[in-house]
Write a new protein. Sequence first.
Length: 170
Amino acid sequence: MTVLPTAAEYTARLTAIDWTEGGFTRTRSRHRLMAEHLRRTAWWARQLDCAEWPFPDLAACADPTVRADPALVTQIERLLALAPDPVLEAAVNGLHWYTLRDHAAVPLPDLADPYEPLLLFFERGGGFTLITGYIDIHSAYVERGDLHHHLTTDACVELDADILDALDRP
């Protein structure tokens, strides 16, 4: 069973990332991690009736009254000041999510953590860009599609460091 990070731990992990590194040697694993993030997010968005896509604020859909500590939000905003808006949006949404999980004020469905693959994605090489219809990870494209496009039951990748490293070997 995966132990979910607290909002503070999530922020600490984001701030430990070398956002200038680029992740060029980890494109394959990052591609799969983004696909897995979208798959998990689709299931959560469906359960929570979130309309926004591809990076919905799942925490706001579950309980709009629970928001992250503004100081942590500001810390992430400063960290990602030069990142594309969708990267910042996704990172802050993850912070709100782990804040919601910390408070456990609202019962949530038993689904896989939607932000764990995204956090691993970031840790393996930073951000991404959006282009028409796709999420661009160094010219490896993940189709944005809509929520229904990503409602698959099979995981896109196991969140295991050895498996992810193997994907990136030449």
